[in-house]
Design a binder for this molecule. Structure first.
Ligand code: UT7
Length: 333
């Protein structure tokens, strides 16, 4: 029998564009207030790209940050997986554009569309490429330019989202090494498509004057329904992955949830009886960056000393689809 190969995260990089849109500026765009946004979501500001900057650009910057911080030679990367729902264009895939911009022709790759679970689904997929023995270096990126599909006259959505990206490198563990990816649970529930979707521009409603007039290229969300589902599902998925591995919240050193709403994160942490210091929340500075939130929060966790080598990390997400997932990782650096 082939020995079991375990995958570990050996490097992390992130990028957010420099331009900031804070709550005070949003007060000038729509009928909202800094107090309402902070209290209902926990968000104070978000970073937005300038015109002409796309998801692949954020992904490339995150990959370069990873390479610089961890001294990684990107020409050794064998596969690129990009989680995104805001690709530069319908095709080619963002992974192809990233490969070209990084000038790493040896790498193959593809995109994964899973809404806010884009990074979590991409990570598991990358882990399987390592565990199968097929590859030794897989670059997993979550990158989204949400501002490209937000209606800045819709106060229900424009306050929530930001642009950003994060990248991790997956490599096989050395023999006997007690770190790496432990397990995951993932789920999709297609009824969720009624509550969070961007209807225009696909094969059902190709771009036309009509789709533009009807604002079909923007994000449409029933916030309350998504909120209720996210609170329930985040708890269910985290409890499931922990129970599957004989663990409880007490065994977790660090909890990183998708950053969609501070109230969803704290509700999940309370359910797992997790003290605040173990729960990473940086939504205040970035808003919801879709596939970018978890690697951005990994960065916050490492930089604040709350995620260290050997720690048990729990990550979880719920997103458009609906998609959901939770994974357990023993941090490797
Ligand atoms: O990442 C993937 C998915 N997305 C999410 O997970 C988002 C999930 N949903 C949410 O985070 C929350 O539902 C929102 C933050 C979007 C909204 O918060 P809420 O507590 O569910 O507010 P609500 O929609 O129930 O609205 C409460 C009130 C309403 O006024 P009335 O009807 O009570 O008079 C809204 O019209 O707040 C009003 N409102 C606002 N007021 C000021 C809605 N948006 C705003 C706003 N500023 N931006």
């Amino acid at each position: 029998m082939k020995p079991h190969i375990r995958a570990k995260i050996t490097a992390l990089g992130t990028y957010v564009p420099p331009r900031i849109l804070d709550n005070n500026e949003l007060e000038k765009l729509v009928a909202t207030s800094n107090d309402w946004i902070l209290e209902r979501t926990g968000i104070r500001e978000r970073h937005l790209v300038d015109k002409g900057v796309a998801a692949s650009d954020l992904a490339v910057e995150a990959a370069k940050d990873l390479a610089a911080r961890h001294n990684v030679d990107l020409s050794t990367v064998e596969a690129i997986i990009v989680g995104t729902v805001t690709p530069d264009m319908m095709y080619p895939s963002t992974a192809c554009l990233v490969q070209k911009k990084l000038n790493i022709p040896q790498a193959w790759g593809f995109d994964i569309s899973a809404g806010c679970s884009g990074f979590v689904f991409s990570l598991t997929t990358g882990v399987k490429l390592i565990e199968s023995g097929a590859h030794k270096k897989v670059l997993v990126i979550g990158a989204d330019v949400n501002s490209s599909m937000i209606d800045y006259t819709d106060r229900a959505t424009c306050i929530l989202f930001g642009d950003g990206a994060g990248a991790v490198l997956l490599e096989p563990c050395e023999e006997g090494e007690d770190v790496g990816f432990i397990d995951f649970v993932h789920q999709i529930e297609g009824f969720g498509g009624d509550y969070l979707y961007q209807p225009g521009g696909g094969s059902l409603h190709p771009a036309s004057h009509e789709t533009v007039d009807q604002k079909m290229h923007y994000v449409h969300q029933d916030g309350q329904q998504v909120f209720k589902y996210a609170v329930k599902k985040m708890a269910e998925m985290t409890e499931r992955v922990l129970a599957k591995n004989g663990l409880t919240g007490a065994d977790v050193d660090c909890f990183i949830s998708h950053q969609a709403n501070k109230r969803i994160i704290t509700a999940t942490a309370d359910r797992l009886k997790m003290p605040a210091e173990k729960v990473i929340i940086n939504i205040e500075d970035y808003g919801n960056t879709t596939a970018g939130t978890i690697p951005l929060a990994m960065r916050t966790a490492v930089e604040t000393g709350r995620l260290k080598k050997g720690d048990t990390l729990l990550i979880a997400s719920v997103g458009a689809g609906f998609t959901s997932g939770a994974s357990i990782i023993k941090w490797a650096f």
